[in-house]
Design a binder for this molecule. Structure first.
Ligand code: SAM
Ligand code: SF4
Length: 342
């Protein structure tokens, strides 16, 4: 339970120095994963020591305090959120706050491998929309990208989620020379199966076994190719996120493009991120962070945590530092996407 104290100023609103209202929290509940996507992590990744991970109860308390401060939407991500032991406890506990606090929605981003097992539990716990990452519909290419993933298992998981009544949106990282030839048919497949789809550019986060620049595909360029196959018109659909949405006349579906590198999306940023060890990152593309771990494990009061949240939001930068080209082969930030979540 939260202590009976008040947020003396800015009650229920988190506003950063650039007058962006911050109402969306992403929590990376684990940095571990059952896949090893080539653009995300090395095959022999070193994960955080287990002792550093916040317990689910600690994550719940921290999330609850964020909700008190004005967070309306929470997305659980990772690593793979559904491989964290007892994750349904956290999902159930957070979902219980929907409509009884500032919280309006809990959702997840998943690789889909565990959806068959969890789809109906997710629906029962008020999860109505999820993002599933899928980068190819070809079994060999899927294996090549995810190293350890099984396309059949993911497709089965998606089917279970849809049968349970959960709306699925697909996320696809566009990779030059790997899946770019397949993307138009993936769009048709997604839209004909009642799923919207978002394409994402590779972001330079964390060391991987290879060189990301080789497969970097600027989506502002790739859109010209899509324009020759589809009639894409700017959509009214908005999520307050970084995606630019287009209505696709031929399929009747919506296509999102996330272009952090080729077209900076920071002006509309409404989110902050918490890692599984309790670090808060104010920006996906910068290394500045605030550590809540010691506070959560010490005797910090809720008010002290609230004060640190406000202090952190005041440090949110105007924009990220991503650059990806021949001259910038090193990652812009040291941590992997799996640490902060997508
Ligand atoms: N494991 C879950 C999944 O794959 O959906 C959730 C975590 S994953 C880090 C979240 C999203 O980040 C996925 O859509 C993934 O494709 C994307 N991602 C991971 N590393 C990336 C990178 N370096 N650049 C762009 N997107 C990345
Ligand atoms: Fe795992 Fe998601 Fe990273 Fe792939 S993108 S390795 S599924 S965390």
């Amino acid at each position: 339970m939260l202590e009976n104290n008040t947020i003396s100023s800015n009650k229920n609103i988190l506003m950063d120095p650039f007058e962006r209202s911050i109402n969306y929290l992403r929590i990376s509940v684990t940095d571990r994963c059952d896949f090893r996507c080539v653009y995300c992590m090395a095959e022999n990744m070193t994960f955080m020591p287990k002792a550093d991970l916040l317990t689910l109860e600690e994550l719940y308390r921290l999330a609850s305090i964020f909700i008190e401060c004005g967070i309306k939407k929470i997305r659980l991500t990772g690593g793979e959120p559904l491989v964290r032991k007892n994750i349904m406890w956290l999902i159930e506990s957070l979902s219980d706050k929907i409509g009884r606090s500032n919280l309006e929605e809990v959702t997840i981003t998943t690789n889909g491998s565990q959806l068959k097992k969890y789809a109906s539990d997710l629906f029962e716990n008020n999860i109505r929309r999820i993002n599933v990452s899928i980068d190819s519909l070809d079994h060999n290419t899927f294996k090549k990208i995810t190293r350890w993933g099984d396309l059949g298992q993911v497709l089965e998981g998606i089917a279970h989620a849809q049968e349970a009544g959960i709306r699925v949106k697909l996320n696809t990282v566009a990779l030059k020379g790997v899946n770019d030839h397949e993307i138009p048919s993936m769009i048709r497949w997604a839209h004909s199966n009642n799923m919207d789809m978002t394409l994402i550019e590779t972001m330079p986060m964390g060391d991987i076994d290879g060189d990301r620049t080789e497969n970097y595909l600027p989506l502002t360029e790739y859109k010209k190719r899509l324009d020759s196959e589809f009639t894409l018109t700017s959509s009214d659909y908005k999520t307050g996120g970084p995606s630019r949405y287009y209505d696709c006349k031929e399929t009747g579906g919506i296509l999102g493009l996330i272009t952090p590198l080729s077209n900076n999306f920071c002006a509309d940023c409404n989110r902050v991120r918490i890692t599984c060890t309790g670090k808060m990152y104010m920006c996906l593309g910068q290394d500045d962070s605030m550590d809540f771990n010691k506070m959560m494990r010490g005797n910090a009061s809720d008010q002290e945590i609230i004060n640190l949240i406000h202090k952190s939001i005041n440090l949110k930068p105007k924009s990220h530092n991503f650059i990806i080209d021949e001259n910038h082969k090193k990652p812009a930030v040291d941590r992997h996407m799996s640490v902060t979540g997508g």
